[in-house]
Design a protein around this ligand. Sequence first.
Ligand SMILES: [Zn+2]
Ligand SMILES: [Zn+2]
Length: 375
Amino acid sequence: MPDAVDYYEALGVPRDADQAAIKKAFRKLAREHHPDANPDDPHATERFKRIGEAYAVLGDPEKRAQYDRYGQVNNGGGPQFDSDLFGDLGGIFQSFFGMGGFEQQRPGGPRSGDSLVMPLDLTLEEVAHGVERDVNYRRQTTCPECFGTGAAEGSSPERCHTCDGHGQVRQQRRTMFGLTTVLAVCPTCHGNGQVIQNPCRRCRGEGRVQETVNRTVKVPPGLEEGVRVKVSGGGDTGQQGGPPGDLYLQVRVKRHPTFQRDGSDLFCELPISFAQAALGDTLLVPGIDHPHTLQLPAGTQTGAQFRIPGGGLPAARSPQHRGNLYVQVLLVTPTSLTEEQKELLFKFAHAGGEHELEPEEKSFFERLVDAFKRK
Ligand SMILES: [Zn+2]
Ligand SMILES: [Zn+2]
C-alpha cells in the first residue's frame, strides 16, 4: 500500500472545494489517467486507483466530513466503490471495472470474506418472546495447514510470470469504436498475481477449507417475515487479513393454527353459542402467551370484532409496546339437539311469534308443500 495520500491533493482541489468542483476535477483526471488512455505507462493504474479512492471519499459528503476530521475514513477495509459513483461517467470505466471493482485490482491484497444467508424458522410464540437459537452451518475459513497461503509446508506462492504479479493482462479487442485495450483476468493465476507450484494438501492450494460452526444467536422478539438478523463476522473468513463476511438469518414465520398476524397485531376467531350471543357472557380468549377475558355484550351478532389492547405481539422496534388482539366471534349453530333442547327452542320460537314452526307434526316435504300453497 502506498503512503497515505492527501485526497484533496490527489484531485488537485482546495480543501473548501464544493461537491460540483470535486466531481468535475475527478472526471477530468479520471479521463486523463485512465489506464486505457496510457497503455505504455505502468503507473497509470496506480494513479487512476488513487484518484478513484480520493473521489470515493471526497465525493461523499459524509465520508468527506469524516476524512476532514480524522484524516482517514473508516469504512471496513479499503474504499468502497458503489456502482452509482461511476454510472454517470458512461462506459469509459466499463473495461476497467468490468472485473468487479478495485477489490480484485490488488492481487494478493486483503479480501473480505463472503456473507452468508440462512433461513431462520420461527413459531409465532418465538416471535412473541424472542428466542436463543443454536445455528449450525458451514463456512470457509483459513486453512490451518498452510495458514491461507495455499502452498505446501516449506514452499511459498511465487509471482505469476504471465502477468508479472498484477493479476491482469492487457488484451486488444476489436469493437465498434475500433481497437481498444481492455484489462482481463490473468488466465494463469486467475487474478491472484501468484501461482502455487506445490499446493497444500489439506486445502489443495485454495488457502481455505470448510468448517462447521455452531453458534447461539439471540433472536429479539417482534421480528417480521423476511427480516434479516445480522451476526457480525459470522460469514466466511477473509483472506490475507481481510475482514470476515457476516451471517444473515432470514426470518420465516410458521403458520399458527389459531392466530393470524399483521405486523404486531394478531387476529383470531372465537366460536360462541346462540345463548352466549343473545344473553352475553364472560369469555376466555386464547392469547399468544396467556388467555384474556372478554366481556361479550348481550345481543352480539355473528362476525362482530372485539379488540383486546396489548394482546398482540411486541413491536419489532420497541418490544415494550405490544399490538392488539382482534377477536372475531362466530355464532355456531348446533347440529344435534336433545329432545329437551328442541322443545325449549320451539317454545322460544313461539314466544317470538314464529308460529309456522311446529314440532314433528309435518315432515319437511309437507312443510315445503304448505309453503307453496300459501303463495
Ligand atoms: Zn492449505
Ligand atoms: Zn497471472
